[in-house]
Design a protein around this ligand. Structure first.
Ligand SMILES: [Zn+2]
Ligand SMILES: [Zn+2]
Length: 347
């Protein structure tokens, strides 16, 4: 086995799935093997299309039996201990990426679902990790973006995190996921239509025309984090490169480090938005669809459905039925609140 001294190690799990370790620095032995006897669950997802809207729907009934809400003792993302093997064979790790055991994609449908564990520490959150770890996570996402973009049939590589039970996270261990869609999801299809009708780069125009002081939450030389003019969600931030950058793989290490620090800062503001450090959020990395040239600028979307300390936004008839969003918080007020989240003690 090679790769012991590299910062990236790949192993194969007992049921044949791939797992990749990404370390903050080289020199760690991550070659421990999976001691479980494990078989892939039967059944897979099915892709159907809604006749009324033309939109794709994945039917994934096998996911009903997946692991939910594991307590610390039997968490599948904690490192393996003697007598307690988990999804991650090593006794310690920095970042681990592996194929989802209960995937929504893959098999006859095509595409692939991966899980990204941000830390071996069950009780951390993304926002509380070090700058070095944020960069390792960014490198892992870029590595997987490159690999998944090369999978035949994949049309978009979508990196995301659901943090908190209120937004559907079934495990509390700090982790995200990557979906390599074998079709264009509806939001990207809509953005692509708008981009095609626009002369020049849509996201460059948005940054130039709509991102003014009252909407800006935080910024660096190369990136800006702002509340969109017509935000759908009570608190929503987009992080956009100031220059045209299509994919994570197009950033050099310095730019990636700068972006990941701004991203970590935005997530920290969301977590602390109501003073309890527990605001659930969703974070979505919208990389352009592959094999097209009309949309060549990625953006990151972070949002929460929490609209006050004790109230959550529910997607009721207007939103769920008509697709017509009503936002109870003025975007300029949301930006001010996010700007004013107190800075934490130095980590
Ligand atoms: Zn855990
Ligand atoms: Zn652009």
């Amino acid at each position: 086995m090679t790769g012991v001294i590299e910062a990236r190690t790949s192993v194969v799990l007992a049921d044949g799935r791939e797992l990749f370790y990404f370390d903050d620095e080289p020199g760690h032995d991550r070659t421990a093997s999976d001691t479980r006897s494990l078989h892939r669950p039967a059944g897979g997802a099915e892709l159907r299309y809604d006749r009324l809207t033309g939109e794709p729907v994945l039917v994934a009934a096998h996911r009903q039996t997946r692991t939910v809400s594991a307590a610390g003792g039997d968490c599948p993302l904690c490192p393996s201990r003697p007598g307690h093997p988990t999804e991650i064979p090593a006794g310690d790790y920095h970042v681990a990426v592996f194929e989802n055991r209960f995937p929504s994609l893959g098999g006859p449908v095509g595409g692939r679902c991966e899980v990204v564990s941000f830390s071996s520490d069950h009780d951390r959150s993304f926002a509380s990790l070090s700058d070095a770890r944020w960069l390792t996570i960014g490198r892992a996402w870029a590595d997987r973006t490159a690999a998944l973009s090369a999978v035949p049939g994949v049309e978009q590589v979508f990196v995301f995190e659901n943090r908190g039970a209120e937004v559907g996270a079934t495990l509390s261990h700090p982790h995200g996921q990557i979906y390599a869609y074998p079709y264009l999801p509806p939001v990207q299809a809509a953005v692509l239509r708008t981009a095609r009708a626009h002369r020049g780069c849509l996201l460059c125009s948005i940054v130039e025309e709509q991102v003014a002081g009252p909407l800006v939450v935080a910024e660096t030389e190369g990136f800006v984090a702002f509340v969109p003019v017509a935000a759908r969600w009570p608190y929503e931030v987009h992080i956009v490169p100031r220059g045209c950058v299509p994919y994570l793989t197009d950033l050099d290490d310095d730019d990636l480090a700068e972006l990941m620090c701004l991203y970590g800062d935005v997530l920290r503001r969301f977590e602390d938005l109501f003073g309890d450090g527990e605001t659930a959020y969703m974070a979505c990395w919208h990389q352009p669809p592959l094999n097209q040239t009309d949309l060549a600028h990625f953006y990151v979307q972070v949002f929460t459905t929490r609209r006050s300390a004790d109230r959550w936004k529910f997607l009721a008839s207007s939103e769920s039925g008509a697709g017509a969003f009503i936002n109870d918080v003025r975007p300029e007020a949301a930006a001010e609140r996010l700007r004013n989240v107190p800075k934490p003690e130095p980590r």
